[in-house]
Write a protein that binds this ligand. Structure first.
Ligand SMILES: [Zn+2]
Length: 442
């Protein structure tokens, strides 16, 4: 795969973003417990050298987020550069380097958070500092937000708290994680993903009833586990119908997918274009209900009166509980059950693509990788982009260009071992952020 050749950012910024990434990796913010304040304080120190006084905010002194602002002239829209400071834990087993040492090997930074997402955080912070150091103020306000508790998102100390308590964080646009990978398709075309939305997340319990009995006399008993096991098999093999939003339909059609032949045909075609799309496209166009747990009654010598199948549920933006119930009804095809939501559907917001920030990303890709196009995708998981869209209608995209790091290294390291990012990509991300700041409102 041909990587862009010309230097994307000056050597000075490339060195700065590389070293800042390594420093951030060395601050262990594994969540739980997080303890992101140490990273936020370190970042505040870095920004103070660029003349910016950052604020640390949040309800838990050990889990503060960083907020910094460069005031614009008021002639352009405001832009938030976002990144979470926490990382998932790094059990040592498969790592070939210490995960929190910030090692550098063959032009690649290796360590927990290199890809998710201390590298992106460093790139956005360096671009932000560069603007702060410069003579010319940006057209609109630029905010840097380094938030805590994204990976677990259960303690109300990060974005959920900030968006509820701090109306001053409202921005027109935001750049966050979730897209930017370069895919070389079957026909030789190249696309770069940009995340424009996320699916909704819920968890639910399906309860199946039977009749309790003594396990020593199993013959003729109504053993509910048989029905629960059947239900699990049916849920796993039942696909919800594919649904294409207008933006995704247009993007797939642009690639050559037979959209006129229907959503199913278009999804099947797109899934065949690249191994990454084989997983991503079906997930981003269908509601999913995936069994992830089985619970029943103990002790072992009792045939239980009921069995619960716990499921992870991901719905498309715009879908509701009715769609979930209908999907489960169809999958179970007559197996009697009770459905209860353990957590309500949350998230599931999306941004339009007809916007100046989208065009900035598009321009960056076309200029850096001639012939390549942006491919809008919906992230099957959750990101903090949801909070800014829901609170203020902010147009938020997941976009951090990864043109140099091999995909298996980049994607395999996220939440896995030997997480890594090429220094070339850190420079690329820095350049993209600078372009966004300078282009919006220009
Ligand atoms: Zn992340």
């Amino acid at each position: 795969m041909a990587a862009p050749e010309q230097a994307i950012a000056p050597d000075r910024l490339r060195d700065e973003v590389r070293e800042l990434t390594r420093e951030l990796i060395r601050i262990d913010t594994s969540n739980p417990p997080g303890r992101e304040s140490v990273a936020a304080e370190f970042l505040a120190g870095y920004l103070s050298e660029a003349g910016v006084e950052a604020e640390l905010a949040g309800p838990d002194p050990e889990r503060l987020s960083l907020i910094a602002r460069v005031a614009g002239t008021g002639e352009g829209p405001s832009l938030m550069l976002m990144a979470h400071t926490d990382v998932v834990p790094a059990p040592d087993a498969d790592w070939t380097v210490p995960p929190f040492a910030g090692e550098l090997r063959d032009g690649r930074v290796i360590g927990r958070g290199a890809a998710d997402m201390k590298g992106e955080l460093a790139a956005r912070a360096v671009a932000f500092a560069e603007i702060a150091r410069g003579e010319d103020p940006p057209a609109g306000d630029v905010l840097l937000l380094a938030e805590s508790d994204e990976e677990r998102n259960t303690y109300d100390v990060g974005m959920s708290w900030l968006m509820r308590e701090r109306a001053d964080l409202r921005c027109d646009y935001a750049l966050n994680e979730g897209g930017g990978i370069l895919l070389e398709l079957a026909g030789g075309r190249r696309v770069v993903t940009i995340s424009i939305g996320e699916k909704q997340v819920a968890s639910l319990r399906l309860r199946f009833h039977g009749r309790a009995g003594h396990a020593s006399v199993p013959a003729g008993a109504d053993n509910v586990l048989a029905r629960a096991a059947d239900a699990v098999r049916r849920l796993l093999s039942h696909d919800a119908p594919a649904r294409l939003t207008p933006a995704i339909a247009a993007a797939l059609e642009g690639l050559g997918a037979p959209v006129a032949a229907g959503a199913e045909a278009a999804v099947e075609w797109a899934a065949g274009q690249h191994p990454v799309l084989a997983g991503m496209v079906p997930a981003m166009t269908r509601l999913t209900v995936t069994p992830t747990g089985l619970k029943t009654h103990e002790p072992a010598n009792v045939i239980p009166p009921f069995a619960d199948v716990i499921c992870d549920c991901r719905a498309l933006p715009g879908q509701g509980l009715d769609d979930v119930c209908e999907h489960v009804e169809r999958a179970l095809d007559g197996i009697e059950h009770e459905l209860e939501l353990l957590e309500p559907l949350t998230g599931g917001t999306a941004s339009a693509i007809d916007t100046p920030l989208y065009r900035v990303c598009e321009e960056h890709v076309r200029e850096r990788l001639p012939g390549a196009e942006l491919l809008p995708v919906v992230t099957p998981g959750f990101t903090d982009s949801h909070w800014v869209r829901a609170a203020h209608g902010t147009v938020a995209y997941g976009f951090a260009p990864v043109f140099s790091t091999p995909l298996d290294v980049y994607l395999g390291g996220m939440h896995g071992a030997d997480e890594a990012i090429d220094v070339a990509d850190l420079a690329e991300m820095t350049a993209l952020s600078l372009r966004a700041i300078r282009s919006l409102g220009a």
